[in-house]
Design a protein. Sequence first.
Length: 256
Amino acid sequence: MSISIKGKKDIENMKIAGKKAAAVLKMLEKHVVPGVTTKELDDFAFKFITEDLKSIPANIGYNGYEKTLCTSINNVICHGIPDEQKKLKDGDIVNIDVTVLHDGWHGDTSRMFSVGKVAPHAQRLVDITRDCMYAGIEQVKPGAKLGNVGHAIQEMAEKNYYSVVRDYCGHGIGKVYHEEPQVMHYGEKNTGIELKEGMCFTIEPMINLGTPHTKLLDDGWTVVTKDGKLSAQWEHTIAVTDNGYEILTLGEKEII
Ligand code: MF3
Ligand code: CO
Ligand code: CO
């Protein structure tokens, strides 16, 4: 299979799905407080997507996944499953990841939330992981190589003595949730495929405070750090434009 190229109209449609995904994260902001369970957050998101946004929560049914959100707290790298036993507490950092399917197109985005008062070393990991994502995004333009994206992320992470998770990556996206290409968050400049106008993919670096090694829990989904240290992740869906990139999952009136 080759990498699909989206036309202008397709990208407009993806932007509609992307903005809806961003709206879910915005809606959740006021609910992410000490004491809320991740199941309650998932219920809010399900209701909002199906009733207000008139869209489909794309995670449900994806390889047998049963929830709307992934909620990944502290040492959880990604794919944490919302659970009524799991209460957020003061000082937690949590990634909330959502994908909205609207009119046949996917929008996939995630961000970190800081719960109550977070320790400085944890907040720094959150902030620098966001910088890593944007350093990767800024590399996107037609003619550039995909390896430039991973390289920029890795450089920013390692300069700060953090490590880049290698076992999970970003992905092409469109009518299909996960498609080619794989987007590594590490790598060498001027390697990999050449970016072309109309390609759409996610950039979603997972950055660890300790080693990059991962462990999959027995539930078959939850990925944690092997050393038990903190991990953070941010994600946007991006389109390659004629002269650079467009972020399809920015919120209404959001500027970066
Ligand atoms: N949204 C995740 C990603 O960024 C994938 C979640 S798959 C699920 O690609 F099944 F765990 F929801
Ligand atoms: Co993704
Ligand atoms: Co995602």
